[in-house]
Each structure stands twice: as structure tokens, then as C-alpha cells.
Design a binder for this molecule. Structure first.
Ligand code: C5P
Length: 291
């Protein structure tokens, strides 16, 4: 059997960091929204051990790759000694704050579970996913979610009425931002480091009520503080997008991707054209309907 899977990405509609924990991670509340712009992955049984190939020359294919680590964790937990072959066609930018690598790992868990006849339960997959990375459990579901703790506690939500019929515009500037760097540098911005809990729920209420204008006033990302300090162009992106018709513009995760919400797919495409003529075409840009 040979499985082909799409590995999507996400944006954080809010990323509110509540403080640093004793284990070095940060306590947070975030609303994550799946985005249907995808890497492609194939899975098959065969060979010995894990054979990972990847279209992207900069990505390692050994145990440094999250996909390899997910496959290792899955096979060990399910007590399987058969070989697997995995190919990753990387379409999404690296270090972009849109969870591409985390999604690859989550898709590996669900695909291998399917390939071997579902030896592991969903709670067990969650446990393995959380051990691999804070964002990985979110991608075990294809739904918006409120995530808390260090991001690994996921409460799935119904699709938001405020986003129905609208579209995302995504722009990666051509340079990445390291997640550990972002969190470390938050220490220089005490206000952003010590957010007040409850903002995510307030945003969810607006999104569920279908009120995008009210939601636009609630979106927020604590990690913009260090990112804008080092890369001021990212704040210029947002200003430009908001001046040119975007309802919302925000950095996703630890950056460097900026996303905007447009009223329709054609409005997102128009925004993309304007963005390209203003900032050039060096980075990566995508538009996609929200479902
Ligand atoms: O969990 P993940 O591997 O995505 O985290 C990468 C790094 O980001 C961690 O090693 C930590 O430095 C930082 N991080 C954090 N608090 C979180 C999530 C990530 O400090 N809630």
C-alpha cells in the first residue's frame, strides 16, 4: 500500500504569551487556524528502518528531521520492526511560523497509523506528538483550535462564522526566524512576555459571532515584539496590507510569515499583486480560501 497525504500549515489568530515556566518553555494561549497550503508526503512499507527522502536540499533526512523522529517514535510505540519509506515534497517555507515541520510530523503519525492498521489510539498519538513539539498535536486534527499550556493542549473548535467565504494571504519575506531565538528575546519585552489570560477567549467569541471587525481588534501576537525589533520590514508589511484592504494583518507564530485576511479569494489575489509591486517578489507568497 502507498499513501499520499497533504501536510497543511496554520496561522495563529492570537498568540498570547503568559509567562516563562520553570521548565524553560512559555505558558501561552493561542487560537490556531488550519491553512490549506500544503507540503505533500508519501508513505509506503518497505526496506529496512526509516528511509526518508526530501525535495528540499537544506533539510536533513536523518534523525534531525521531525518526520524521521515521528516515524521512529511511532514504530517504537507500536512495536513494529518493518521498514518504511517516506518522501516529503516541501512546498512551504522553512522557519516561517506556520508550522510546516510540525504538520509534517503529525501527518507522519496519522499516515503510519493508517498504513499499519491503526495500532495506536488518538490519545497515544497526541502523547507522541506533544513529545515532539508544542505545535504537533494541533495538526492531528483539521480544525481551528484553542491551544494552551506550551501549545500542546488542544481544544478543537467549529469553523468560525467570521471567516466563512474569506481568504488568507500569506507572505514569507525570504528569511526565517528561529523559534528559540524569538522566545529568548521576549525577555527584553516584559509586557509582551507577561500577557493577561482571557484574550484568546474574547477573540473566539468575536469569531464565533461572525464579527470580523470586532475580531480584528482582538488579534495579537506577543512574538511580534522581538521580531519587529530585529526586522522592521515585517511591521511595514502589516501597515501596507491594512492600508490596502486587509481586514486583519498579523505575524504568525514566531514569524517570519505575515498573514492577512481578505474578504474573498479574488480580494486576496488583488492584495498579493499590490504586495508584490510594493515589496518585490523575493519571498514566498500564497493566497487560499478559508474553509
Ligand atoms: O516545542 P517546540 O519544539 O516547537 O519549541 C521550540 C522552542 O521554542 C523550545 O525549545 C523553546 O525554546 C521555545 N518554546 C517556548 N515555549 C513554548 C513553545 C516553544 O519557550 N510554549
Amino acid at each position: 500500500m502507498h499513501l499520499e497525504k497533504k501536510s497543511p500549515c496554520k496561522v495563529n489568530l492570537i498568540l498570547n504569551i503568559l509567562g516563562k515556566r520553570a521548565d524553560g518553555f512559555h505558558e501561552l494561549e493561542t487560537v490556531m487556524q488550519p491553512v490549506d497550503v500544503c507540503d505533500e508526503m508519501t508513505f509506503a512499507r518497505g526496506g529496512t528502518g526509516i528511509t526518508l527522502t526530501c525535495s528540499h536540499p537544506e533539510l536533513p533526512v536523518d534523525s534531525k528531521n521531525l518526520v524521521h523522529r515521528a516515524a521512529t517514535a511511532f514504530l517504537a510505540a507500536a512495536n513494529i520492526s518493518d521498514g518504511v519509506r517516506i518522501h516529503l515534497q516541501k512546498n512551504l517555507p522553512l522557519a516561517g511560523g506556520i508550522g510546516g515541520g510540525s504538520a509534517n510530523a503529525a501527518v507522519t503519525f496519522t499516515a503510519l497509523n493508517e498504513l499499519f492498521g491503526a495500532p495506536l489510539t488518538l490519545p497515544k498519538l497526541h502523547e507522541l506528538a506533544a513529545a515532539l513539539g508544542s505545535d504537533v498535536p494541533f495538526f492531528l486534527h483539521d480544525q481551528p483550535a484553542l491551544a494552551t499550556g506550551r501549545g500542546e493542549k488542544v481544544k478543537t473548535l467549529e469553523n468560525f462564522p467570521a471567516l466563512k467565504g474569506r481568504a488568507f494571504f500569506l507572505a514569507h519575506p525570504g528569511f526565517g526566524i528561529s523559534t528559540p531565538w524569538s522566545y529568548q528575546n521576549l525577555a527584553r519585552f516584559p509586557e509582551a512576555l507577561n500577557g493577561k489570560a482571557g484574550r484568546a477567549q474574547k477573540l473566539i467569541a468575536c469569531l464565533q459571532a461572525g464579527d470580523l471587525k470586532a475580531a480584528a481588534a482582538e488579534v495579537y501576537n506577543s512574538l511580534e515584539a522581538p521580531a519587529f525589533d530585529k526586522f522592521p520590514v515585517l511591521s511595514l508589511y502589516q501597515e501596507f496590507l491594512l492600508e490596502n484592504g486587509a481586514a486583519v494583518a498579523l505575524m504568525s507564530g514566531s514569524g517570519s510569515t505575515t498573514f492577512a485576511i481578505a474578504n474573498s479569494q479574488s480580494a486576496a489575489e488583488t492584495l498579493a499583486e499590490k504586495f508584490k509591486s510594493q515589496f518585490g517578489g523575493n519571498g514566498w507568497i500564497a493566497t487560499v480560501p478559508i474553509h
